[in-house]
Design a protein. Structure first.
Length: 391
């Protein structure tokens, strides 16, 4: 076909059946003209290019400037440069989901990793450089129902682009939420493995590997550890240690010191350096900084009778008036009971409370016993002295 022929002349010579197939497949008109100008103007000639799809693609890449991998490579480069995020198509996400549901059964939207999480893992697998996840980015399909959009300036062209924003959620606040995040990470790795089955460091059951990580972190050696007084580590410390375990596991994969992800997680859980530096020492310092319960002081703030007697003995005789006082001054009278109820002042006086339906608690202001302050045995009085009223 002459190269100088007009587009109308080229299209006039094309067989209608080939033109129908091209239009039905959604091939752009400009690409159709490139094919027709090379002499592929009827269905028989076009179908004889080669026998397989791969061979046809290579032939079109050689004969025409049609590289079917150009757009995907460009998208990957733009994603690495920050121009646009790594994209996962809906059909691609659905096919990976179907592959994962074969061994695990039907997955709910709360379990299924979001497209942004799968895209992040795809990029890491393509680079053979797994990195530790931020738990706020471990989102599910349910979290990504309402997608946000961000504006970014392309540094190469200085053009403002609108791209899908990153889906985030809150950090895990309970052990069950942490287990669910671990399951999502394992499912995300298995979905990526369905696409890249040649990666030897991705085991068959990543979910089981992360389940063992959950058992380790939430077990008796970490989250369930208790000191002599029954106190355990804070939840923030548990999450920090868990993040360090994942960092160590991915570091072993990048340095080729572990055969696969399951072995790397197991080695990181058993690593004494990670446990000591990121859990045992911080837990000890955390316990050291906590206020200790003073000897002789009850949990409600009241003083033990022996402590009161010792304090009074040290104070000795006062200098002011009131030498004829028959009641020794006590330290800190209770205004409320240990459960927060207000005490009745009239009940604690010598005359007692005369109200039938008193809204206040009838208990001693000195020892919270079931008697008035005037009858409290802990109050020191001279022998034969009458009970004194309390203000």
């Amino acid at each position: 076909m002459p190269a100088r022929a007009t587009d109308e002349e080229v299209l006039a010579r094309v067989e209608s059946s080939l033109k129908f197939q091209m239009d039905h497949a959604g091939v752009p008109s400009a690409v159709q003209l490139l094919v027709y100008r090379k002499g592929y103007d009827n269905l028989i000639v076009f179908s004889g290019i080669d026998e397989t799809r791969t061979a046809v693609r290579e032939a079109l890449k050689t004969e025409l400037p049609l590289d079917y991998t150009a757009d995907s490579e460009s998208n990957r480069s733009d994603a690495k440069c920050g121009v646009q995020p790594r994209m996962v198509q809906v059909t691609e996400h659905a096919s990976m989901k179907a592959a994962v549901e074969v061994p695990h059964g039907r997955l709910s939207d709360r379990e299924l990793p979001s497209k942004s999480l799968v895209a992040q893992k795809l990029e890491q697998v393509e680079d053979n450089a797994p990195c530790a996840e931020d738990m706020r980015d471990v989102t599910s399909l349910e979290d990504a129902e309402s997608e946000a959009y961000n504006a970014i300036i392309d540094p190469s062209t200085a053009v403002l682009r609108i791209k899908p924003g990153k889906t985030t959620t809150t950090p895990p606040g309970t052990p069950e939420e942490l287990r669910l995040r671990h399951r999502r990470i394992g499912l995300a790795w298995e979905m990526v493995r369905a696409r890249h089955s040649t990666r030897s460091w991705l085991p068959d059951r990543c979910v089981d590997a992360y389940r063992r990580l959950s058992d380790h972190v939430l077990g008796s050696r970490v989250a369930g550890l208790r000191s002599g007084d029954g106190q355990g580590p804070s939840w923030t410390l548990v999450l920090k240690y868990e993040a360090e375990v994942r960092k160590q596991a991915y570091r072993l994969i990048r340095d080729s010191e572990a055969p696969d992800l399951a072995a790397a997680l197991s080695a990181a859980c058993k690593c004494p350096e990670i446990l000591t530096n990121h859990f045992v020492i911080p837990f000890s310092l955390e316990r050291h900084d906590m206020p200790k319960e003073r000897e002789g002081v009850h949990k409600d703030g009241s003083l033990d009778a022996r402590v009161v007697d010792a304090l009074l003995a040290k104070l000795g005789k006062g200098r002011g008036k009131g030498k004829d006082t028959s009641v020794t001054k006590t330290v800190g009278k209770h205004q409320r009971s240990s459960d927060g109820k207000r005490l009745c002042y009239a009940f604690n006086k010598a005359k007692g409370c005369a109200r039938k339906d008193c809204p206040f608690l009838h208990a001693c202001q000195r020892c919270l016993g079931h008697h008035s302050y005037a009858k409290c045995p802990l109050v020191k009085r001279p022998t034969g002295a009458p009970a004194e009223d309390v203000e």
